[in-house]
Design a protein around this ligand. Structure first.
Ligand SMILES: *[C@@H]1O[C@H](CO)[C@@H](O)[C@H](O)[C@H]1NC(C)=O
Ligand SMILES: *[C@@H]1O[C@H](CO)[C@@H](O)[C@H](O)[C@H]1NC(C)=O
Ligand SMILES: *[C@@H]1O[C@H](CO)[C@@H](O)[C@H](O)[C@H]1NC(C)=O
Length: 415
């Protein structure tokens, strides 16, 4: 016989929002006109090629920003792109936070101080291994960035999260950016023609009256090509692009980039050598910000979705219920089991205050049945289930409808 403790609640969200807004801010002059003329972005009427790199301000401290931005500029960027992380700015409706690493204005001013533009992606959706796409305040070393993702997001970027140059990539990109800047005029004004050499080999020519710039591309991953361009022979290695700013001399080839090949050495964390410098501290879970009546606990007759109940203020949610058993209950036996339909993240079960067992599944599994034998007593029994999320789904079809916590049913099965 089954005893159901409730049915699952549904999260009401009808569609995934893909409303990115792009806005370029120039904070130097108040009367700068930023536009697009069909060919390129224009700033005060001048066509520009803006090379932009992404720095997500909440992922580093405000003290780290100047160095990250300076290194981005040295690497040849014109603009810093970032999402606006609304879940962190407005964790609870109408309660705003723009302090510390959430100080967006300070971030933009820091970019301005380096003479770069900001490409602001206003949001609200954030597709950046950010919990739930719009959720989890996160800073280095804390919390999760998406399901089963801890703190890393650099994906082998030229500048890692700590501000270290990822060489030789950083150097390669710096060279590439220099070459692209040198041909900004032809890229934004030149007439474009493409020559097809077959076998996935092409030449693209940007021509103005003064100068022509050429890109030689070989998208064939196995076969080098030798082509004739304006009477000169060029070798275009397999899977490469060569840039010829004057259509004569190769200034950059992706297959043979010239740069000093310094190797980044990741040093051992100092804390490992000096355990005494590694300080751990405990802090109580902040339950004030859970949505339900602004209180840390609530009684309901149904199982609640964890992200709705905890409002991402905590990764933990206790589901507790009691069952009163009498001798003549048909379900009563000394040999029963507790069966919980969980959402695949971490579940720890306790019966009458005693730890029973725990279970979790792999990344991408959103449903998981937990079933263990339990011994209940006659009278009052307390069943406590601690659900812990390890990051919420942040993209994919209907990702917002994926249950978190314990969707249920939670059942006592008698034998
Ligand atoms: C790559 O080059 C080889 C050898 O010339 C050719 O057989 C093959 O079809 C090419 N592949 C593509 C995708 O062009
Ligand atoms: C592009 O081609 C057109 C037509 O031949 C010509 O009038 C124009 O001047 C060319 N533009 C540049 C920038 O060379
Ligand atoms: C478990 O919960 C999931 C999500 O709500 C649901 O799709 C599934 O049918 C449930 N499984 C059982 C056995 O009730």
């Amino acid at each position: 016989m089954d005893m159901k403790m409730g049915s699952s609640s549904r999260f009401n969200c009808c569609a995934i929002l893909f409303c990115f807004t792009f806005l370029t801010l120039n904070l130097f002059a108040s009367a700068t006109i930023v536009s697009h003329d069909g060919r390129a972005i224009t700033i005060d009427g001048k066509r520009r090629v803006l090379l932009s790199g992404s720095i997500h301000y909440p992922r580093s401290t405000a003290e780290m920003w100047p160095d990250l931005i300076k290194k981005s500029k040295e690497g040849g960027l014109d603009a810093i792109e970032t999402y606006v992380f609304w879940n962190a700015h407005e964790p609870t409706r109408r309660q705003y936070d723009f302090s510390g690493n959430l100080d967006l204005v300070r971030f933009i001013k820091t970019v301005q101080a380096e003479g770069l533009y900001v490409v602001l992606r206003i949001g609200p959706y954030v597709c950046a291994e950010w919990n739930y796409g719009t959720m989890v305040g996160l800073i280095l070393g804390e919390a999760a960035g998406g399901p089963y993702i801890t703190t890393s997001y650099d994906y082998d970027a030229p500048l890692d999260e700590f501000g270290n140059l990822n060489q030789p990539k950083w150097g390669h990109l710096k060279q590439l950016h220099e070459v692209l800047h040198s041909i900004e005029e032809t890229l934004t004004h030149g007439n474009i023609t493409t020559i097809d050499y077959h076998n996935s080999v092409t030449a693209t020519i940007y021509a103005t009256e003064k100068v022509s710039s050429c890109f030689l591309g070989n998208a064939n991953s196995t076969s080098d090509a030798t082509i004739d361009l304006h009477g000169t022979k060029y070798t275009v290695p397999a899977w490469s692009v060569s840039i010829l700013p004057d259509c004569q001399n190769v200034a950059y080839n992706t297959a043979k980039v010239k740069t000093q090949t310094s190797v980044m050495i990741k040093k051992k964390n100092q804390a490992e050598d000096e355990p005494s410098s590694l300080k751990w501290s405990w802090r109580p879970e902040n339950t004030d910000r859970t949505v339900i009546l602004g209180k840390g606990h609530i009684q309901t007759s149904q199982l609640l979705d964890q992200k709705a109940a905890a409002n991402d203020a905590s990764d933990y949610l206790w589901y507790m219920t009691s069952v009163h058993l009498k001798k003549d209950d048909s379900i009563w036996s000394r040999d029963m089991s507790l069966r919980v339909n969980g959402s695949g993240q971490i579940l720890r079960a306790y019966v009458n205050g005693k730890y029973l067992d725990s279970q979790w599944s792999k990344y991408g599994v959103f449903s998981d049945i937990f079933e263990k034998n339990i011994k209940l007593k006659l009278g009052h029994n307390l069943i406590s289930l601690l659900s812990s999320t390890v990051g919420l789904a942040n993209y994919g079809p209907k990702y917002d409808l994926i249950q978190t916590g314990i969707p249920g049913p939670v059942e006592l099965v008698g034998r």
